[in-house]
Design a protein around this ligand. Structure first.
Ligand code: RRO
Length: 314
């Protein structure tokens, strides 16, 4: 099932997408859809602070170990009808996390997905790749990916996207995950989540820049652009070869219009912005879209579709 967005730009789940007020600001912006922070079964405070360094030295990117702070899916179910009034798709990002009731992850995904569909969400983005929980992400285990997708795709009718981790240095796992996805009716993969287990150091204080998880967290922003482009391109080529109708949504390192153009050329049909939205707020969508349109015009194209996957070999 396809999701068409205009413009083909959304926020990446996470930054400024936890509260109703934040989601309303996305709704009022030029973004083509509203993506929520990943919601869990129980509300969560997240990790102890400092848990986010928005600006790494040299504007390399951002580093976080937020730990899934969110209001819990029942609150988001209440927001969704109000958000829909803005007339753009509402995409509910869903994650599982340890919770007092000890519900297994598959059941958490199932219960949240069915409730959120009933609440009127236009699509679900299954976040299988949070880098900041104790357990290894579901995205790193093909059997668990299959189990979640079986439970959710059998239960809901709205389009489903899957947010994946970078697999750059594990080609065999990329292949297993990509093949697993072919067995399901999935609208899109969003790749990449932040680059996991990265570290930075503050030279003024000689401390790690964030506190949780021994200072290790997920990296986003300009530093990850080539990693994201590689993942987008690998998925795009794989789905083309298999004649699978799964779109690739590019996430990672988009700060300027040119970065988004690279994602489109690599095979993304939609781009999501995380660190840029963290840095610049809702005006980032308009600015990026104007820049993309200018690049298209200056280079003789009339739409994004014309350049999707059109990178050339040298
Ligand atoms: O909340 C987080 O720590 C977090 C999540 Br769920 C995610 O998917 N990606 C990320 O960088 N941080």
């Amino acid at each position: 099932m396809e999701i068409k967005l205009h413009p083909p730009i959304t926020n990446a789940s996470g930054p400024h997408s936890v509260t109703y007020e934040e989601l309303e600001r996305i709704a009022q912006s030029a973004a083509g859809a509203i993506v929520t922070k990943s919601m869990t079964h129980c509300p969560r405070q997240g990790n102890p602070e400092p848990r986010l360094r928005a600006h790494l030295d040299g504007e390399l990117g951002s580093l976080n170990s937020m730990g899934l702070p969110n209001l819990g899916y029942l609150e988001y179910a209440k927001f969704i009808p109000k958000l829909k009034e803005f007339g753009k798709p509402v995409i509910a990002s869903i994650a599982s996390a340890p919770c007092a009731h000890k519900l297994p992850p598959i059941e958490q995904y199932y219960e949240i997905a069915t409730a959120i569909e009933r609440a009127g969400a236009d699509a679900i983005e299954l976040n299988l790749s949070c880098p900041n929980l104790e357990d290894i992400p579901i995205a790193m285990d093909p059997q668990s990916v299959r189990a979640v997708l079986t439970a959710v795709t059998n239960a809901v009718k709205i389009p489903i996207g899957v947010k994946l981790a970078p697999y750059n240095n594990v080609p065999k796992l990329f292949d297993q995950i990509a093949r697993t996805l072919l067995d399901f009716d999935i609208a899109y993969v969003a790749t990449i989540n932040s680059e996991p287990l990265t570290l930075d150091i503050d030279l003024k204080t000689r401390t790690k820049v964030i506190r949780p998880n021994d200072g290790f967290g997920g990296l986003g922003g300009p530093a990850v652009l080539p990693i994201a482009l590689a993942e987008v391109h690998r998925f795009y080529k794989f789905f083309q070869k298999q004649k699978a109708r799964i779109a690739v949504w590019g996430v990672g390192g988009i700060i300027r219009a040119e970065d988004a153009i690279k994602h489109f050329l690599a095979g993304a049909s939609v781009v999501q912005i995380g660190t840029l939205f963290l840095w610049d707020g809702p005006q980032a969508f308009e600015k990026l879209w104007v820049g993309i349109q200018r690049w298209l015009q200056e280079n003789g194209f009339s739409s994004v579709e014309e350049i999707v996957g059109q990178v050339r070999e040298i």
